[in-house]
Design a binder for this molecule. Sequence first.
Ligand SMILES: *Cc1c(COP(=O)(O)O)cnc(C)c1O
Length: 363
Amino acid sequence: MSRLNFSGGPGVLPQSVLQETQRAIALVPEAGLPLLGISHRSDWFAAVLAEAEANVRALLGLADDYHVLFLQGGATLQFSMIPMLLLRGRTQAAEYLHTGYWSGKAIPEAAREGKVKVLWSGADTGFKRLPGDDELPFAADAAYLHYVSNETVEGLQFHRILGRDDVPRVCDMSSDFLSAPCASDKFSLIYAHAQKNLGPAGVTIVVLRKSLLESVPENLHASLDYRNHVAAHSIYNTPPVFAIYVVLLVTRWLLRDIGGLARMAEINRTKAERLYGEIDASEGFYVGHADVADRSHMNVVFNLRTPQLEADFLRRALAAGFHGLPGHRSLGGVRASIYNALSIDAVDTLCEFMDEFRRTVQR
Ligand SMILES: *Cc1c(COP(=O)(O)O)cnc(C)c1O
């Protein structure tokens, strides 16, 4: 198994989690069955869900007035479910920030349900930076504010919480959920699918404030109504048992092996500093995509001087065992995703490779 997995997603998982998953696929002793053939109605799975939820609550320091749901349909379905709940039938506008590829996917879905006000867009400037507070005219009467905490494609991350406390904050944290401590009580709804930082594809975690469900539009499709998922404890229909089990193992790893999110954030900061340090020390050989202040600790996006040189870099990197480095198809370039489970050691190995490549070319 390669430890040099820089994929943007599905991303790297801890070795210990992969090994335990492998054993569970053969047999889960408590259930007497292989992981891939256990009913979601079993006592074993009820315990898996309960512990996974408890671990997410512990990691986030989540208060009792939130639900934690394990849903399907990816982050993409949340782009629709959220405005169905919070915008349908309302006169106020929802505020959206257009900070990159993924926030751009959320906006048209919200616009099907009601008025959307795009407070700021980085489209004209190539999504190289995030807005400052002075550029964001948040309104007191907005239906809610939606933003993406970490733009996975462009490598842009907000290092602060946005918006007003009197307007519901909704945040897509798909690519930085559980990567650092989170002031969860500042948010009305947080969503994150598993496949960037938490597990395999197939499950999306939604954390939502209970009061959001006090007034729900009439006639929502049953599977798109959060209340049904709450009532059924995330088994309204057959859930992805495998994916949720792996998420459980990852949350255990965060709590027991890493020691919590403060420590996880330190490790992630170290990795990011080393990699950006390598870029900045290259005298323009490697050029970071994002403005320094908005650099992501999860996705490090950069270019080389010519497409030719980039292709050469990526070809040689793959031959040297580095996986997942080509940038997103919408942007090109290079993207090193350094999610929770990627080791500091793997980042150091990449830095050495970058150094070596630069010297070879410049010689
Ligand atoms: C990958 C990603 C998505 C898309 O998620 P799906 O699970 O494929 O629907 C949405 N938002 C962000 C921030 C992402 O990184």
